[in-house]
Design a protein around this ligand. Sequence first.
Ligand SMILES: *Cc1c(COP(=O)(O)O)cnc(C)c1O
Length: 432
Amino acid sequence: MPVSYQSTRGDSATTVGFVEALRRGLAPDGGLYVPQEVPSLPADWARSPSFQDLAVRVIVRWLDGAMEADVVEAAVRDALNFPVPVVPLAGAWEGVHVLELFHGPTLSFKDFGARTMSRLMAASLPAGEEVTVMVATSGDTGSAVADGFSGIPGVRVVLLYPDGQVSPTQERQLIVQREGVVALRVDGTFDDCQRMVKGAFADPDLQGVGLSSANSINIGRLLPQSLYYLWASRAVGKAARICVPSGNLGNLTAAVLAHLGGLEVAGIVAAHNANRFFPDYLSGREASFSRSVPTLSNAMDVGAPSNFERLKWLLGRDKLSALVEGATVTDTETLESMKRVYGETGYVADPHTAVGLEAVRRLRTTWGHGTPVVVASTAHPAKFPESVSQAIGRPPDVPDRLAAFWDRPIAVHGISASGDALRAVILKQARE
Ligand SMILES: *Cc1c(COP(=O)(O)O)cnc(C)c1O
């Protein structure tokens, strides 16, 4: 049976299939697509010999009836062609495993979703049809999407990022020239960028353009992200606590989807920086969306997490609070965490991963040490040389694939944080 998707704001009778949900990103009523039923995991999923085999088995099941199995298999194998190590820490950190999600081409977990989504979109785009994929990024999504979609026939990309709020290394990865990609440096915050993207969908002048979104609102990104939680659990060998450094809550929603499909977990931790809406909500405190606050873990600087609506739809407040524990970590604690983990284990963590590790260190005193813990390591430390040097007293080692970005030509336009400015760019690009 094919999985049907409905809008978080719609009724259960109005549904679309996977291909439609993938192409639209956001539902016409402004809601997010959610699966009406989560397919259960194939019985033998834990016996998959490699991450890629596991990925194919699970995704083929999700897309059953929506796309041909061999097309899905080719897309998934081409997209997820890099390693996914699960690294155990030692000493005081015994029992804690770092799930390294940064071995793709742009060195963050965003490569999983972006690469898979682009290939599935290319495979399902009717001949002659074109689509403009918009993406608002607070750091890593934009480069993963630009890299994943560049050069794919019929697909253009418009990416928006907030001026001065991404690291120099992240910015470099965003603005290297890529075929079919326009990079926009917006005079505003990440939330402004996200609002502009949502506004473009509602813009009557843009109805003919074939807009899509590659933000974590797109269900096509969440499915591949749910796979690595299965992989980590298989490596650890029993139900683990899973800690997810979070911003827009897409990666956390992916963990929840894996759980709803049958993955046993001992609990899930939502580790946040000073942008603490979700931990406050989970602990029953008065919580409301707000402007984002800049921090060292900038890809998590989100005041209004877009997937919150999806999480609430999937589980509701009571079940969410029972399954997910929240934690907030300050910038000072983030640096201390990087330093502590490096001193105690030799492991170099990036600031986002450090937020997760600090949340675990704090919460472990209440959990006890018997249950394994998996911390999602969302980015490579070399993307944040300033913070890493400050914390551990030496710069991180830089992999060749990151160093190579500095040898490439760049292309970027500065624009104001307005819908008018974005509309002009989209219309111009669509005419070319
Ligand atoms: C995007 C990102 C996050 C936050 O993920 P969400 O799915 O938005 O919660 C965390 N760390 C890094 C490095 C990221 O790029």
